[in-house]
Ligand binder design. Sequence first.
Ligand SMILES: *Cc1c(COP(=O)(O)O)cnc(C)c1O
Length: 417
Amino acid sequence: MTDHGGAGGAGPVRYAVPYPTVGATIGERELAAVREVLQADIPLSGGAYREMFEEKFREFIGTRHAISVTSGTVALELAIHLLDLQPGDEVIATPQTYQATIQPLLNYDIKVRFADIEAHSPNISVSEVEKLLTKNTRAVILVHYGGLPVDMRPLMQLSENHGFAVIEDAAHALGSMYCGRRPGSIGHIGCFSFHSSKNITTLGEGGMITLNRDDWAERLRRIRGNEADMDLLGCEQTFGVSRDPPPHALYPGRAYTHICSAFRRAGTNATLSEPASAMGLVQLERLPELAARRRQIAARISDELSAISGVRLPDQSGDMVHAYHLFTFFVDAEQYDRDELIRCLADQGVETYLRYFPLHLLPEWRARGHCLGECPVAERSWFFEHVNLPCHPGMSDDQVEALTAALSAALLKVRRR
Ligand SMILES: *Cc1c(COP(=O)(O)O)cnc(C)c1O
């Protein structure tokens, strides 16, 4: 907890406009749904609610499959697992995201190349991706930062030409659109988070993987349910005349109908519980309302900022719908000291968190040879320009007005003359 002083007493500072700890609003419908499951005398895991939630989510996103898991982090781990990365393979990733997007890559003996962000948005630059492609590139991992869609069309064109997979971290982008399609349905695999802070939540933790490939979906369903990841072939296919049967075939009373033909890796348990799924169903239904409130608040803040010189909003084209999981703007570092602006906002009761420290500069990535200067745009943006403001459906109109008033006042106050 950061203490900005001035509150008096020992407790944490109370902000007039706090940063959200719950990104959705939770009402009677969610409570009723969870109560119903808990009182129904049914198993609390592995039942019909999970199936219903997955089906509704699949329909909403527009993919053949939606497979629920226990968090966005696990969704990303399993998505990366599906790539079967081998030593010498390369993956291109954005440096401007939460660490969970690429952390699983640390477990592989592969080369990660960070593609810098665009000059006017926190999203990965597709022309930077193109420069980093090699014959070993197996995948590109991106995030639709804050809910602002990445320019997917040229990226998918590159993917088709060069044969790499695209993983969309869509943790922020539930409610976004790109050219009439939902993020999470445009690349090869989409990963969503229902963490407390996200656009909808499933009791505080949860995640979803969306994809079209049937064989990958089948593997995912097995490995999230504690089965090892392997190709299973029927005995008759495997016990050819030239091969001795394995020892278990000597026990005819037991139903060994499959043996493994190729073991990849261990599975895990990532089962989303029934109460969580029931809550997710209600939250997904309420998403249009929750997203509309985010956009309404974002429009009000954008309007306020449009009158002020030396600030700019991320570029977005007309065929994008922004979900505003995060509200981001950039200051001109010549005109404003960004850190002073943040302190000034805090003094006026507005809590901000900067998201995210450039990943290539975290110790674990430096230990793999990454360094300052690798992504100059992301670095300059993070250290001097980038600001995130509270923007979530739990904010009252009064809080939105308090925020915009504090913002204008703070920008005026810290502006260099
Ligand atoms: C929240 C988040 C995750 C991780 O999701 P969890 O459900 O918290 O594990 C991954 N990527 C991004 C961009 C996120 O914001």
